[in-house]
Design a protein around this ligand. Structure first.
Ligand SMILES: O=C(O)CCC(=O)C(=O)O
Ligand SMILES: [Fe+2]
Length: 372
């Protein structure tokens, strides 16, 4: 997340806003030091809400990332200030190509109304120079390629430590999740630079980005203004009282699990529904910017459930009476990550694949065989 100085330059998140989500804070420095308690906290957060705050302070790479968040927010601002005609020259072309610009209003919200955000997707493969057909980007992005690459690499460093903590806690080989999303392999991983229109009148106070789960593996999100809301587990999205505001914190990223982590773990990890509402209090009168690093598996990665460790088996599903979509014999388990993402992305665009949070089931106890 951005620096404390950047936060101080923006209108404050209201202190009396309700309800605010209870979100665990995990320290990157402690994860790097392989602190077991911190690894347990990551697993707990990723099973219960599927969201946590990652405190970047006190770790040298984390500290660089904090400064880079401030700088990338400037790049987002410069990019979105370009004329509509200029931005549309770089329009994305889904499903052929998800890189590039999406204008405000193209996606639909839960009511069928047009969305209130514009964004620009920059691909990891392009930034790392490993695309066969790299995309041309508008000047503000092209001029800051080195900054964006560095941000991505530092984000991947943080992710490595999150993924290792999760794999170790689940008694899998430490690199299990890392290997499924190795940055040097072609993937749909993107940095999404987002601007939400201000809510100047009461007519503007509707959803900016529709309720959804992220269909990749993990998202690292930088916000300064509020507006992000998570759905309280075991609640219906139609119940407005179940949407809880996330309070961004200086020096912290917001991390959430995506659907791929649910598939691989047979429903142990949780991908929780979230949406972006208008920014609260006086924050609603200004542009809201966000940087979402949406990490996705490498293109040919299997979507089938992992075997071993504390990952429940199909027999466990039957024992527990749990219905899990991915039993490796059905359509999801047979897809590659890329095929799966294409289906998900198109239904998200139509506003039709945002039905529910997934995952968060009971964990097998550590190193104890479960008989039933
Ligand atoms: O803008 C935000 O705070 C959230 C963005 C988001 O959820 C996404 O891009 O998937
Ligand atoms: Fe999201």
């Amino acid at each position: 997340m951005a620096s404390a100085k950047y936060f101080a330059s923006q209108p404050a998140f209201p202190n009396d806003l309700q309800p605010v989500a209870q979100i665990a804070t995990v320290s990157l420095a402690k994860l790097v030091a392989r602190d077991t308690g911190e690894a347990e906290a990551v697993l707990h957060a990723c099973r219960t809400l599927g969201f946590f705050l990652l405190d970047l302070t006190g770790d040298p790479v984390g500290e660089s990332l904090i400064a880079e968040v401030d700088a990338v927010f400037d790049v987002v601002r410069q990019t979105m200030k370009l004329s509509v005609d200029e931005k549309n020259k770089f329009a994305q072309d889904p499903p052929r190509d998800f890189r590039g610009y999406k204008a405000q209003g193209i996606m639909k919200t839960e009511t069928g109304a047009p969305d209130r955000c514009e964004f620009y997707n920059v691909s990891q493969d392009d930034l790392l120079g490993q695309s066969s057909a790299p995309r041309t980007n508008p000047d503000p992005i092209a001029a800051h390629t080195q900054l964006l690459r560095s941000y991505l690499e530092h984000g991947q460093f943080a992710l490595t430590h999150i993924l290792r903590a999760l794999a170790t806690q689940l008694e899998l080989l430490p690199d299990t999740f890392r290997d499924l999303q190795a940055p040097n392999r072609a993937s749909g991983t993107i940095m999404r630079l987002i601007r939400y229109a201000p809510s100047l009148t009461s007519a503007d106070m509707r959803t900016g980005l529709l309720p959804h789960t992220d269909f990749g593996s993990v998202t690292l999100l930088a916000n300064v203004l509020g507006g992000l809301q998570v759905l309280l587990p075991h609640s219906a999205p139609e119940d407005e009282n179940s949407w809880q505001w996330v309070r961004p914190q200086p020096g912290c990223l917001i991390v959430n699990m995506g659907d791929a982590m649910v598939e691989w773990t047979g429903g142990v990890l949780r991908s929780n529904m979230h949406r972006v509402n208008y920014a609260p209090g006086d924050q609603r009168y200004i542009d809201r910017y966000a940087i979402a690093m949406l990490v996705r598996p490498y293109k040919e990665a299997p979507m089938s459930r992992l075997k071993g460790g504390r990952i429940p088996t199909v027999e466990d599903d039957k024992c527990e009476g749990v219905e899990i979509a991915n039993d490796n014999a059905n359509s999801v388990g047979n897809l590659t990550a890329y095929e799966w993402e294409l289906t998900k992305a198109m239904s998200l665009k139509e506003g039709s694949d945002c039905a529910r949070s997934r995952g968060g089931r009971q964990l097998k106890p550590k190193q104890v065989a479960v008989l039933c």
